[in-house]
Write a protein that binds this ligand. Structure first.
Ligand code: PNS
Length: 167
């Protein structure tokens, strides 16, 4: 197993909510780098369903068993956060070709704004290729079964928030 010593990686995203696809990327990134910060940020193109503090709480519960992962949130630019935390690497997960154009633009923009960081893409595991937070929200808000799509530890909270019902 490769582990890059003395490196800090950040994994930014909306995490609205965190899915098992995100968790897979978190676990794999945590095994590659000394320190991993998962940071909840604002995507100007999306209206979130969960508050920042709810998303942070769900992430904290999700990664409770992974010692080198910290959870944070940030309101500004990703490049500024990378600079502030002296991040060597920005991690992004890639699911399909449809993700590529946006991710490519983001990686190039961040490199221009803060050249000391590299964006590193981890390909999603095959079983999570279809999965996204918006699919989870769509299914959950109509009372569908989202077990297996989100970490077990936050399943009931998500159902209650989206569907207003205890399981
Ligand atoms: O999970 P998402 O929604 O794909 O994450 C996208 C996110 C939040 C990482 C991106 O929108 C972002 O970096 N937002 C912070 C503001 C910023 O830096 N915008 C310019 C990106 S090129």
């Amino acid at each position: 197993m490769i582990c890059l010593k003395n490196t800090t990686a950040i994994y930014p995203g909306s995490f609205d909510p965190v899915t098992v696809g995100h968790l897979d990327i978190i676990r794999r990134a945590a095994s590659l780098f000394d320190n991993l910060i998962v940071v909840v940020m604002t995507n100007a193109k999306k209206a979130p369903s969960f508050t920042v503090s709810e998303r942070v709480d769900m992430l904290k519960k999700t990664v409770a068993d992974i010692p080198n992962v910290k959870i944070d949130s940030y309101e500004g630019l990703l490049a500024d956060y990378a600079k502030k935390t002296k991040a060597d690497v920005i991690i992004r997960g890639l699911r399909a070709v449809s993700d590529f154009e946006y991710e490519f633009q983001m990686a190039l923009t961040n490199k221009k704004l803060y050249p000391d960081t590299e964006t590193l893409f981890l390909t999603t595991s095959a079983e999570n290729m279809y999965l996204s937070s918006s699919i989870v929200k769509q299914i959950g808000s109509m009372g569908g079964n989202i077990r297996g799509f989100v970490p077990d530890v936050i399943h009931d909270f998500i159902i209650k928030r989206l569907y207003g019902k205890d399981e």
